[in-house]
Design a binder for this molecule. Structure first.
Ligand code: ADP
Length: 219
């Protein structure tokens, strides 16, 4: 099934390739672009169209009809200058929605100023996830919602097993809200205060970072 939103992905490093492949598997039209032929070849069988081009060249972008894509992802990594220049040209050409990958906060700020509609920090986000998982083996996933608020997916600590959510008093103690419980194939959302936490449960918790950190330390 082809879905009707179209995407162009520029820069087929690890990140860009993964984005292009995933969108294609989800059924979307994907144009994959890179300066290097071998990078383009690697995804050629999996995406709708490919193109070898340097996207810092305005004429190449025009020739591609890049404006006609609903979303353009700038996944050029190492070469910050090419990443910024490409974003700038896309904006000038009137691309509707630009997602750009940033290497650091300063780079991200620059992309926002230029007019990227969404800036992503894959290395930073993955680094945070891995760090939280290293600090607490219970933590399976971590997403920063704002500088102060986060969402974690954590295996239920042993000390909470057998308690109901009301008895666990996570809100009072840690300012943490259990928004869902994963139990095998089942997802309990929203869970009742009377729901008893079982061994093997995965808790999805939203809260302030300080409180969540204490929750992560429970065993
Ligand atoms: P990652 O860290 O995600 O692996 P890389 O920086 O290694 O990202 O890869 C970025 C890709 O972007 C490379 O394949 C590179 O050839 C491509 N690229 C770099 N500059 C341009 C450009 N001006 N136009 C198109 N593609 C480019």
């Amino acid at each position: 099934m082809k879905r009707n939103k179209s995407f162009a992905v520029i820069g087929l490093g690890r990140f860009g390739t993964s984005v292009a492949r995933t969108l294609s598997r989800l059924g979307y039209e994907v144009l994959a672009i890179d300066t290097k032929e071998e990078r383009v070849q690697q995804v050629a069988d999996e995406v709708t169209h490919t193109y070898i081009a340097d996207t810092t060249d305005e004429n190449s972008l025009k020739a591609l009809g890049i404006r006609n894509f609903d979303v353009v992802v700038v996944a050029i990594g190492e070469d910050i200058q090419a990443n910024v220049l490409t974003t700038l040209l896309l904006k000038d050409l009137g691309v509707k929605y630009i997602v750009a990958k940033a290497r650091n906060e300063l780079h991200g700020k620059m992309l926002e100023k230029i007019g990227a509609d969404r800036v992503v920090y894959p290395e930073r986000d993955m680094g945070q996830r891995v760090a939280h998982n290293l600090v607490s083996t219970n933590v399976l996933d971590y997403i920063e919602l704002s500088p102060d608020l986060s969402l974690i997916e954590t295996s239920a600590p042993r000390c909470l097993v057998g308690k109901t959510l009301a008895e666990a008093r996570l809100r009072e103690k840690y300012d943490a809200n259990v928004v869902a419980i994963k139990r095998g194939d089942q997802i309990i959302v929203p869970p009742n205060p009377g729901e008893k936490i079982q061994a093997g449960d995965v808790l999805i918790v939203v809260g302030r970072n300080g409180g969540l950190q204490k929750l992560e330390e429970l065993e």
